[in-house]
Structures are given as structure tokens and as C-alpha cells.
Design a protein around this ligand. Structure first.
Ligand code: NVA
Length: 214
């Protein structure tokens, strides 16, 4: 960290453990961007909000469904985003994988509009955007088979997608587990904007760097 502070103006760290990020940041004299940790994924979520707004206009007052693991890096950052950007977030997940207490306390304190339900149909009903992610995240030391089994009914397939608004977008941060959290029909379908999201990462990250340096 000390050496890189001499070389660079800013650093992005993508790491499996959030503790690495905090520890590394302690010794830096330059800004650090969280490029991904097991706790949060803010650059991806900012890109997703940008991608939504580019396609549909302001996200304020709109609704987003998150299906699958309610306690991973993406869902944590989405909860924070719901509080800051004023959209309704409906998380459909089994009780075992619901958001952790710390983030829900934050959500309450910050008046984030977040509903957690174990009913996938309730989560996607009439939303403007449906999102999901890999069922087993990096650094997730679980019994993969058991976790995938309990998440099966949260797979984003055509039947669930049809419960959202007909204009709803489908998003995924990639890489994808085809046939697990999402079917080919949905990720390759007309409502999916996953490749645009991937492209937008480049531009949103340039903006984040710009913001930090200014
Ligand atoms: N939530 C995913 C994101 C991968 C870029 C994971 O942590 O594996």
C-alpha cells in the first residue's frame, strides 16, 4: 500500500475478503475504490442504476426485484442503493439466505424501501427491473449442492419474468450460472440488458475515478 501510494493517484482493489480492503486502505495515502468484495459490490450497482436510467429514465419511485441469495455482495449494495436513490427493492429469497441484520438495520435507519419475502412471485410482481446473481458467490464457503437446492424456486425463468411489468428489464452482473439462477430464454431474451451493463462498467468506473479525484 505504501509503495503503490507513491506510484499512483488512485487504486481499485477487487478482493474476496472485505477485511483486505479495509486493512489495505489503512496504509494508503491515495483514494481506494472497492472493485468488489464479499461484502459489497458498489461499482456494479452504480452501473446497474446507470443502465436502468439510460434505458428507462430516473429510477426514483421505480421498483426492482432481487431474486436468489439475499445476503451476498450485490444484494447488500442494492439495499444501500435503494436507500440513496429512492427506489423500491423487493428481495425474494429463502429465509436462510435473507439479508443480514446489519444491513437491514442500516436500511431501516436510512428509510430504504426494502421488502423481503420468501415468495418469488410477490417479489417480481409488477416491478420495473428483475435482477439476480450467481447462487454461490466467491468466498462463499457453503455446501453448494444444498444452497442451490434451496434457491431453485427463485430461478428467473419466463414464468416469473412474466409477472413483472411487460416493459421490465432483466439484469445480471455476470458471470452467469445458466440454467441455475436464470434460464437461457431470459438472459438471451429481449428484456435482458446484461451486455449493456457489462459495457457500462467501463464508463461508470471512469466517472467514479473522476469523482474521487475531484
Ligand atoms: N456476486 C458475484 C459477483 C461476481 C463479479 C460474486 O461475488 O461472485
Amino acid at each position: 500500500a505504501k509503495v503503490l501510494s507513491e506510484y499512483a493517484d488512485i487504486i481499485m482493489l477487487r478482493t474476496s475478503s472485505h477485511k483486505n480492503l479495509e486493512e489495505f486502505g489503512k496504509y494508503l495515502n491515495i483514494p481506494i475504490i472497492n472493485g468488489l468484495s464479499d461484502q459489497s459490490h458498489p461499482c456494479q450497482v452504480l452501473t446497474d442504476l446507470f443502465s436502468f436510467e439510460e434505458a428507462k429514465g430516473s429510477i426514483s419511485g421505480k421498483s426492482v426485484a432481487w431474486l436468489g441469495d439475499g445476503n451476498n455482495n450485490m444484494s447488500n449494495s442494492l439495499i444501500e442503493a435503494a436507500g440513496k436513490f429512492d427506489f423500491k427493492l423487493k428481495i425474494g429469497c429463502p429465509n436462510k439466505y435473507k439479508p443480514n441484520k446489519k444491513i437491514m438495520t442500516w436500511a431501516k435507519k436510512n428509510k430504504a424501501n426494502v421488502l423481503v419475502t420468501d415468495n418469488p412471485a410477490e417479489a417480481v410482481k409488477d416491478v420495473d427491473c428483475v435482477m439476480t446473481d450467481k447462487w454461490v458467490s466467491m468466498n462463499d464457503k457453503v455446501n453448494k449442492k444444498a444452497k442451490k437446492k434451496s434457491l431453485k424456486k427463485y430461478q428467473v425463468n419466463k414464468k416469473l419474468m412474466n409477472l413483472a411489468k411487460s416493459s421490465a428489464l432483466f439484469m445480471h452482473c455476470l458471470p452467469v450460472g445458466r440454467g441455475e439462477e436464470v434460464t437461457d430464454e431470459v438472459i438471451d431474451g429481449k428484456q435482458s440488458i446484461v451486455w449493456t451493463q457489462a459495457l457500462n462498467r467501463v464508463h461508470v468506473q471512469k466517472s467514479i475515478i473522476n469523482w474521487c479525484l475531484n
